[in-house]
Structure formats: structure tokens, C-alpha cells
Design a binder for this molecule. Structure first.
Ligand SMILES: [Zn+2]
Length: 317
């Protein structure tokens, strides 16, 4: 058996970008499972939700925004702290960068380690990494919920609960019934759970479902354009998160070690989820966190570039 290349080092193929209009105010920039960016066009300004990984990569988003509006890009909202989503922020020259208090705390605590770790995990996704000026710092930090009026357009920026990280933030347009979920929801793409709160995640999906969005932009994968597609996205994410965590909890309860639990969980999930993008990338990180949460670590441990590689050798070597 050939050894699996570390994280996403075997992933070198560029993806095709789609820029979809979801409502009078909402657009989705998606790329076949690469990290998505959401766009809200208000009466007087534009908000970007998640930025792409570098300022150079952000230029392609800006080019597509400029094809539909010349309003200023005044706000960037961070769905969470992960480098691959936030380090392109400076490319938009926003007046404000909005994040939850919990996301701010994570940037302070582990942003530097996360940046180094993610850049090494995903070489293709950090095109022109030298254009990144450093960490992305919020200028507006909120707790639980804030409302922003872009003219007459109501934009609700909310923490509905923990899941993918403790700081997860969704953006909700109640008038258009469009929701931007960040990595709380994925579609035909494997949820990354290395920094997750797996026991909390299903209830947070319930809170998203309770808003009854008609359209949803997931963290990765195509935009969901009908209530049925939204339901499929929520249910697929829930199925992965719960079956992965249940398998790991059962293995840990039986006293099995991490490597054994990893091999068994991988085999159990592969038939149903193995075709989702980044499955092989995510599973070692996902099972490591699930094992931690099932045993002794309530909060996710910090991933460093070194811990990433040690873990990979332990599970895949
Ligand atoms: Zn993420």
C-alpha cells in the first residue's frame, strides 16, 4: 500500500469557480468543494462573508462582485477563524471586519499556529501566500448576535451554537431567507472537525433548520438553492458528524487506541462519505479531535505544523 501524502499535498488540480445569484441581495462564490465566499449586496454597501485564503485570491472574488455592483465593499464577516477563510481579508480593503467574541479569542490564542499549520496542509489553496500581510484582526467584535442595516436590508450576524469551532457565525438575510453557514454545513464535501465541538454540532444544525432558510451557502460545495437542497445539506452534514463521533465514542469506550479507532472509523465511513471532497485529508484530523472529545479534552487542542505531521505519521505511517 502506498503511503498517503500529508493532508492535501496530493491535491494539485485547480477548480472551476461558480458565481451564483441567490436573491436580490445574495451571491455565492463556490469552487467545486474549495472554500466558499458569500456576498451580500445592500442598498449602500457590500458585505463579503469569508475571504479566500490570500489577498491575491480575493481579487477574483472582487472581479465577480464588480460585474454585478459598483457599491463599496465595506464589510467582511468571518464565519470562524480558520486561515484558509480569513487571510485574504486585506484584499477587499474593508472598513470593518466583523467576528464573534469567541472567534476573536481563538485568533488571539491560536491564530498564529493555525496559519502555519493550514499553509502547510493546503499548498494549492494558499496561492500567492506571500501576499498575506499577517493575521486578520476583527474591528467589530460581537457577542451572540448583531444586526447590521445595509440601507433597508436587514443582515443578522449570529452565533447559533458551537459546531465546527466555538466561534461559528452565520449570516442570515430574513427578508430573502438566505443563510450563509460557513463550515457548519458542507455539501458533497467532508466536514473538517479538527477544532470542533462534536456533541454540540447537531443542536446548532437544528437552530439553522429552525430559521427555515430557502437558500444556503455552505462552507464548501455548491450553493443550495431550494428548501429541499438546504435540507439535504443539513442532513448530510449531520449524518457525517454523528456517525463519525458515534464510531469514535464506541471505540474509545471499548478501550481501543487512537490508531485502531482511526482505521475502524475510516473503514466504516468510507462507503457512504468517501466520495466527498477532502475525505482523506479530513479523516485523520476529525478522528483525532473526536477521540479527544470522547476521552479527556473538552476543548480542541491547538494544531501546530509539528503536531499535524506527528499525528499523520502516527495514523497513516
Ligand atoms: Zn473551517
Amino acid at each position: 500500500m502506498t503511503e498517503k501524502k500529508f493532508a492535501s499535498h496530493a491535491d494539485v488540480e485547480e477548480k472551476t469557480v461558480s458565481f451564483d445569484r441567490l436573491s436580490d441581495h445574495a451571491y455565492a462564490y463556490t469552487a467545486e468543494g474549495d472554500p466558499n465566499t458569500g456576498i451580500v449586496v445592500g442598498d449602500d454597501a457590500v458585505m463579503v462573508i469569508d475571504t479566500q485564503a490570500t489577498p491575491v485570491m480575493a481579487q477574483d472574488v472582487i472581479r465577480r462582485i464588480r460585474a454585478v455592483t459598483d457599491k463599496p465593499i465595506r464589510y467582511v464577516t468571518l464565519s470562524h477563524y480558520h486561515a484558509v477563510r480569513v487571510l485574504g481579508a486585506s484584499g477587499y480593503r474593508p472598513e470593518h471586519i466583523i467576528a464573534s467574541r469567541d472567534t476573536y479569542d481563538l485568533i488571539l490564542e491560536r491564530g498564529e499556529a493555525d496559519m502555519k499549520s493550514e499553509i502547510e496542509r493546503f499548498p494549492r489553496l494558499f496561492r500567492a501566500v506571500e501576499s498575506v500581510p499577517g493575521l486578520t484582526w476583527p474591528t467589530i467584535v460581537f457577542e451572540r448576535r448583531m444586526t447590521l442595516w445595509l440601507g433597508k436590508l436587514q443582515v443578522e450576524i449570529m452565533q447559533l451554537g458551537r459546531g465546527h469551532t466555538k466561534g461559528d457565525t452565520v449570516v442570515w438575510l430574513p427578508q430573502d431567507r438566505v443563510l450563509f453557514s460557513g463550515d457548519l454545513v458542507e455539501y458533497d464535501a467532508t466536514p473538517y472537525t479538527g477544532d470542533a465541538y462534536l456533541a454540540d454540532w447537531p443542536a446548532t444544525l437544528d437552530a439553522i433548520a429552525a430559521l427555515a432558510p430557502e437558500k444556503l451557502v455552505p462552507g464548501r460545495g455548491a450553493a443550495l438553492k431550494s428548501p429541499d437542497e438546504v435540507r439535504a445539506g443539513l442532513e448530510g452534514t449531520r449524518a457525517f458528524v454523528t456517525s463519525m463521533f458515534d464510531a469514535v465514542k464506541a471505540g474509545a469506550a471499548a478501550g481501543k487506541d487512537l490508531r485502531t479507532v482511526y482505521k475502524e472509523t475510516y473503514a466504516a465511513l468510507k462507503p457512504r462519505f468517501g466520495h466527498w471532497v477532502i475525505f482523506d485529508h479530513c479523516l485523520p484530523f476529525d478522528v483525532s479531535r473526536a477521540y479527544d472529545e470522547a476521552t479527556q479534552y473538552r476543548d480542541p487542542r491547538i494544531w501546530t505544523a509539528q503536531r499535524d505531521k506527528d499525528m499523520w505519521v502516527a495514523l497513516e505511517g
